[in-house]
Design a protein around this ligand. Sequence first.
Ligand SMILES: [Zn+2]
Length: 356
Amino acid sequence: MLDLSDIPVVDNHCHPILREQQLETLQYRAYFTEGSDPVFAEQHVANSVHYLWMLRQLATVLGCQSKSSEDEILKTRNGLSADTLIEHLYRAARFDVLILDEAHPEPERCYTPERMGQLGHCRVARMLRLETLMQKLVVELDDFDELVTRYEHALDNLRIHGYVALKSIVAYRTGLNIQEWSKDQAIASFREARKAIRDEKLRIQHKQLIDYLLHIAFRQAVAQNIPVQFHTGYGDNDTDMRLGNPLHLRAVLENGTYQGMLVVLLHESYPYTQLGALEMLAFTRQALGAAPASKLMYSSDGIFLPEMHWAAAIRGRGILKQVLEEMVEQDEIDEPQGYQLARQVLHDTASTVYRL
Ligand SMILES: [Zn+2]
């Protein structure tokens, strides 16, 4: 039997959690669905396998009498201060490093990365989200050349500024089929983007401009040996999954200029990653069957609640254990190899890729 419980986890993509953790039942449930209609929290979340599983784990870790009474479990949870809850759950999860995308939710509502690290007894690293930077600069600047200069400047010396990765959500906006455009085409697109600003805010969805600026970022990523994370596959309800297919990245991946660029495809590029253990078993089998463990990394995409990061770490270890034990059973690998592969996926690959 493989015991993976002592492997500290690097969560290579997750988000900050909210400072306010006193939550009514419906508010709480709403964080466990991507559906925005209140009917999901009212009627469906409590009948979802992943929610029922999470409640049982929470009951165990909080020492509740009942392993299934949502009322009792949430009452116990809400009886703890947010700090205590985080500390308790993160300790149980055993994190080494959390790599945070701070672009969502709004920082004003969230724990700072520093505080998350203190409470979690772990290190925290940060990534820079490119489209957020683009939006900010388009709103601030009316001159394209100045925008490019400021953008390049913001991407200088990323590690010195505390970033271990870049992150792109282009899949959400104009798609992963990132193309090459002339400067004139980018300028025309920039003019369109400027016209779309409302109340000093912009939701950038201007393909020539985004693609043009992404290429600048890729050159920086190569020069500085900084990984680029791409959102792929399933996501919030504003994603068009056809645009999030990583096969669209072929032109970028085959571009000789970017040889050696470290590309991280998030969310297993898989539709419906938040479903239950059987789905996760299936894609973990596929991933370990197809790719070396030195190319695979664990992440939670945890957000809002400390339960997200914690439950995902428990589940991540559990699923890996089960799949690797199957492989030992099949005599594909032996137990020490299984442990070593798990260590790579949970910790070592990310440690190498992000140079933590
Ligand atoms: Zn995310």
